[in-house]
Ligand binder design. Sequence first.
Ligand code: UDX
Length: 479
Amino acid sequence: MDEQRHRRRLVLFSCPLQGHINPMLQLATILHSHSKGALSITIVHTHFNSPNPSNYPNFTFLPISDGLSQSQKKSYTEDVIAFMTLLNVNCVNPFRDCLVSKILSQKHEPQVGCIIYDSTMHFTQPVAESLQLPCIGFRTSSPMSFVAFAAFPVLHEKGYIPIRESELEALVPELPPLKVKDLPVVKTHNSEVFYQWVADMIKQTKASSGLIVNSFDSLDQSAFQLLSQEFAVPIFPIGPFHKFSPASSSSLLTQDQSCISWLNAQAPSSVIYISFGSSASISEAQLVEIAMGLANSEQSFLWVIRPGLVVSSCRSDNDKDKNEDDKFTEFLPQKFNEMMMSGRGCIVKWAPQEEVLAHPSVGGFWTHSGWNSTLESICEGVPMLCWPCSGDQKVNARCVSHVWRVGFQLENGLERGEIERSLRRLMIQENNKEREELMVRVKDLKEMAELCRRAGGSSFKSIEGLTEYIFSCNVPKIA
Ligand code: UDX
């Protein structure tokens, strides 16, 4: 009985996309192990993209209905805002029902301490409030991108958004060093829906009991200052999550380990690793530009071409499905295929990314600048070539190239000549002062990331603070 009083149940709810599920489960693992099991973990999740419970035997998993049709389930690569907006409506009742009938009613379980929710799933906060449950927001992306979202009313007022083509290169003095083209605007069928989603996310974060961020003090000091000016709630910078919790077991796709044997046979720092995360897509024409740029650069590569990455412009739906698997190979140019045949290239559908980035043969990462990928690269001391596709990725890429200066951007789209030059600029080791400087800075960041998670380090202390805070949350007694 006494033991139960000293335990708390923590309920977590994620956005059901890979880049959100990974950090949420890492966060749950951190809090469970840091509290030595005193925080019992319940993951509420949608049926769509449900995580594999057998990888987390200590956690309770409770599925809820997401109300998504088959075509809506696939729609997130085309319009992530429409997808998230739909979830924020569809999940309200199932989430509340789950809390009431499957969690709060369980008298033999520890009392609920609080709800931790992905800030993109802002509906969670009012539902929790209606049940008098404290709710802490959780940001899967960089603090700077959240600062930029919070600044949307000012950006509207000053005319930076909606973005005008003629202004793309202009600096935004309110958010240095961002340019107008870096603002985290996401393409969607109706921009009003996007602005409303941002406004709701910011409003509910302000109404919540705290904000957890996957970054660390010394990396994002000024962004954290701006965040605390904007949000009058306790902020917990406790990243990099993936370094506190064991290697990812939350992958929705099977990670192809064969690329590790391939990497074992390559020279140190000789391979460029290429991955554009779990949601970005490219056209067949862009696929050819990348393949030609790679072949002409003559740099060895490990390339993740996940199902759905290459989107066909002119095929029927049936053919599109075929294209999602191996059909893209028919577009690859001869010169590229020759490079593959000679063993200088490896293509997989999904890689064990953390392991790949830690491999001594990997010398650079061509990334879409998703926040998880950016942190994973920094933590392994790997410099980046950034090709941001959407939203927060543009902010992350600007920070990589202009704040931390551990990489640079492909500024003019996917064009074979620029790709070839950029790959050589990043990867060639002999007489390459720029690469040497990138390496010095990225190794410094790697060390900072290591220091922050040691006992007494900023993230370590912040995890302690968060755990105490959760235990101190005032939860009403259940009748
Ligand atoms: C998106 C956004 O881009 C990101 O900024 C936001 O924080 C979450 O949603 P995504 O586009 O998938 O996520 O990119 P990223 O944040 O980089 O996450 C991808 C994750 O998948 C990483 O943890 C990476 O390690 C993993 N991954 C990627 C693999 O395990 N294997 C792969 O082959 C590629």
